[in-house]
Structures are given as C-alpha cells and as structure tokens.
Design a protein around this ligand. Sequence first.
Ligand code: FEO
Ligand code: CA
Ligand code: CA
Length: 640
Amino acid sequence: MAKDFSSMEDSNRSSNPTIHEISDPARRIVVRGGLSAAVSGLLAPLVAGCVGPQAALPGMTAVSGPQIGFKGIAASVADTIVVPEGYIATAMCKWGEPVGVPGNMPAFRDDASNSAADQTVQIGMHHDGMTYFPIDGSRRGVLAINHEYTDDGLLHTDGIKTWTAEKVAKSIAGHGVSIVEVAQQSDGGWDMVRPSPLARRITTATPMQITGPAAGHALMRTSDDPTGTRVLGTLNNCAAGPTPWGTFLTSEENFIFYFNGPDKPDAHQTRWGLRKGGRGYRWHEHEPRFDANRQPNESNRFGWIVEIDPTDPTMTPVKHTAMGRGAHECATTTLTRDGRVVAYMGEDARFEYITKFVSRDRMQPGGYAANRSLLDHGTLYVARFNADGTGSWVELTAGKNGLTPQAGFADQGELLVKSRQASDLAGGTKMDRPEWIAVDPKSGEVYCTLTNNSDRGRAGFPAADAANPRARNTMGHIIRWKESGDFDATAFTWNHFVLAGDPSNERPEAQGTIRGDLFASPDGLWFDDRGTLWIQTDMAASAMNKGDYARVGNNAMLAADVVTGEVRRFLVGPVNCEITGITSTPDLRTLFINIQHPGETPSERSDPAAVTRFSKWPDGGRPRSATVVIRKRDGGLIGT
Ligand code: FEO
Ligand code: CA
Ligand code: CA
C-alpha cells in the first residue's frame, strides 16, 4: 500500500528516545553480546557521515564476476511493462481468474459482475508478496500470492454507490491469499494448472487458529469466539515469504483501517490507530465484528504473522502470536547454525519498529507436520540503532526491560497484543516505515527498506537521526546490519546501503547516494541465490511523476550489486501501479513479480463511472493486478 497517510500510519506518540538521545553517552544502552572496539571504531565514522553504498560491513564476502549483466532501461511513464533487451515479460494470475478449484471455476467478467461467491474461488485483488514452492523443480510449482487490499470502485460494477452485504462479502473475498499451481509450457512460457487439487483461496473469512502466548488471552476473546483461539480470516496481506521447512508466512499490515472505532478510542486503540469510521472499507456496516463498538477485541486478533502450508489445501492457517503483533509488512526467515529459526519483521508505519523473533527449538526435517509449533516458542526483540553504528536487540519479554505489570504488561499475552507499546517502553528505534527485509545469502547481512517518511523532522515529530538521517524523507533508504555472531545475536553493526533520491533535486536531502539509476520509495526487497539484490518501488499514485518524483518515472524494479553498490533499472511497470512480490524458480531462469493496482487513482478508489481509466493494463479493459513471468529469451539466468 503506497499512500503516505499522514494521519493513519502514524500513531506512535511514545516518548522513547530517538537515536540522538540514545547517542548521548549518559543514556547510551550497553550493547549486549560484546562488540569489538576495533569494529565499532571502524564503522563509527562511516555511519556518522551516512555511508555510501561502497562501504562494506565486516565479514562481507566479495563476489567474483559481474553480478548484473543486463543493459539497464530508462525510466518510463508508459502504460506497459518495460524490461531489458533479451527479456520477455508476460502476465498471468490476473485478479478475477479462477484459481482452479475442481468443479468451481467461474470465469472473470470484465464488468465486475462476478458475485462474492465467485470471488471466493477467483484470484484476489491487489497482489503483493509471493513465493514459488517447487513441485517439479523449476518446471512446476505452487505460487502463494498475497492480496493486500481492494479498490471497491473497481471490484463492483457500480462501485460503492449502493452498499450491500454482498459487496462486503466480495471485498472480504478479494483479500487474503491465492494458492495456485503453475507450470512451464512447451513454448517456455508459464500458465496456471486448472483444475488443481492444490488450488485454494484463503480470505478474510477463512477459519484460522490462534496459537502462542496470546492465544486464549482475555484480550483475544470475543462473543463469537469466547475461547480466543479461533478467528475468521487474514487481512491486508502484504509481504511474505517461505519458511525453511516449506510453509508460507503472510503478514497482516494495515488491518486497523478496516475497523470502525468508537467516538473516543481508549489509549490502546489510539496507539494502534483505530479511528471512528475506519478508512472507508465500510465492512462494519454489514459485518458487526469489524465494529469495535460491538466487538472491541476483534482487531486484537489481526496484525499477526500467519503460517500456511501451501501443499495441504485442508490445512487451517495459524496466527503465531509469539512473533508479536504489528502492522506487519513482512516476516523474513533464516536459520541459526544450530537450526533455530529467526524471523525479521518490520512495521510499515511512520516511526514504528523493526523486530526479530528467535525460536526456542530447532527446525526438524519433515515439513509443516514436524514444525507446527516452532513459531510458538521463542523470544521477541525490537531493534535499537545507535548513532555510532552499533545496535542492539532489546528483548520484549514480560518482566524484563521495564515491561512489568505496573507498566501495563500483566503477562506475555498482553505484551504481545500490545507489542507496539512494549517497543515504545523498551526503547526501540522509531524508523521511517520499515517495509521488506532480505538476508544476503553470501554475507549474512540483513537489508531493510525504509520507504519514506515525510513527517520526519516536522514540528512535533521525531527529528532525523543516524538510522533515519533525512528530515522530510520523501525518497526512502535501505539500511543493513550484520549480527555480531549468529542470527540470534543481541548486538549488531549497521550502516546504510543507499539513500534513494535524485541527484538533480534542488533539495539536498532528496538527492540521495544512488550509484546508478534513480529510484524512490523502495519497498519490495529480495536476494536471489546469486546474491543480486532486487529492489521494488512503491511511490504513491498521488505523488508519482511530480515534485520530488518528477524524473523517477513509474514504479520500477532495480537490481543491485551489494559489493560495488551499483543499482541498475530492470523493469518499469504500467501507469500508477506498485511493483511488489518477487520469487523465482530454483534455477533462477524464471522470475515472478507482481503488478499491484495498475491505474490506481490518487484516492485509491476508482470511479466506476469514469470513461477513461488511468491504466488499461494488462488486457486493455478493467485494470487488474497480476503476476508477471519474466524470462530471458536465451533461457539464461535472470539478471545476467
Ligand atoms: Fe503493504 Fe507497506 O506495503
Ligand atoms: Ca509501500
Ligand atoms: Ca509494501
């Protein structure tokens, strides 16, 4: 979701310190885990000067041979997909196509007259994070595709002019996850396999299990579910990723937008941004559980990381509360050397946090069945970035770091429901909207996009700090850190990989440090197995191609060599879309990305009566989010 909702994505009014305050030696936090003086001495001057992309962190390995081989493309404002010479890009898995449930495959109708029941077995709207799970290696697999939100002006024939229970049901069915089987065809292209026994839609009405320390907690109980362990659906599914044991994690981002708040929200509701009227989805008018006046705890049951087994269409998805609650953008997993899982997560909201979960137990062979409780026991941390280039992970456990009953955290269940308040009190660093997180397979460094934050430095808001170094940060940046030891370390060193921007911008803070092609508002972020870093952008439709973004073109995908720092533009999307979602076949010869909301209007809700739409991608009719299959004409590795 691109829009920089100044009033909606900013509910952090906590007074925990910014880096400026932490850098005061009198208040500096002792970095646990031990960090050598030599290392901090090396990095401190680099960070203080906002390092350029060349500066490697200790332990970074050099890559032999050119990382990026394609000829970069120019910025574009065309209503089409542009890729480099020698590459092919084709759309599939478009919103409204049947996913392939046997015996139930209603065709898409371009006038949006498909019913809510149709939508429950058709691909959802507004594709986002996505993972390819191999069935037959790089030839056939399952794609799990997130659907972040709906444009109800496009979803229904007459938009929201009349508002009915049927339309609410269709909107609910347009959210969630699509599980589709895909296969390479004899001509090298890809298509969906339909029908498929694996095809499935998961929506905001699909029954799910709640596990972990907050399961059953009083704050998780509703009159529909007095046990606090069962919930209908997942919501605003943003970035995502695979687990090392073969399941799919999906995150619930701006879930609070869907809830109608009371006239006077309490402190907890205010901290989570609950407002009267929500953000215009109007589900509560026909679904009482989305009205906090009637079900005050229902919103506590969203904001979690959800696990789905893409190989078992009967599996009940699980919300793992031990991983914390947030407007989660992502959950990126890796393993410690002894086999425990580490998940990095960010909250895409202004001045919110980056967190990390470390499991208590080790992964076992045997897929989901052998690891179903792995994400239910472990330790949650919030990141603190110090001004000297060091950082620490502060534990979010009841009874530690001031997180006491007196401070409002009676037990771990309450702490997890109130993860933001816990991070406030524990002194996490307030970031410029953390989006995706990616782990470099070669160096083990962890990269995170901070998409933008135009409130940074404004009167009444936190000032620029070392980790978020620019006031009125319209362009965004990518930060990276190296754990001091294994991934479960509680100390790290950090610097910036790049500050996005336009060197010809008259505002020095918007010029950035890019070595190569321009981009702004980095969002999607992913390393392929060769170690190429792929960056996807999400400038808001209301802001694109004007102001600071005047020369940046449509949203794009770029490839970066993290050793040389070079960034090269690989793909530009159609008008007013976001580029998001990225995954590949194991052989790196097919890349899948998503085009989200082509032709989005500045208000994010299309006018159903509009004669001309901003985009006609992909088929010349109603604009539709879709997956794009990218191959090299010579069958070579993507990016070379
Ligand atoms: Fe779902 Fe933060 O984009
Ligand atoms: Ca975004
Ligand atoms: Ca995003």
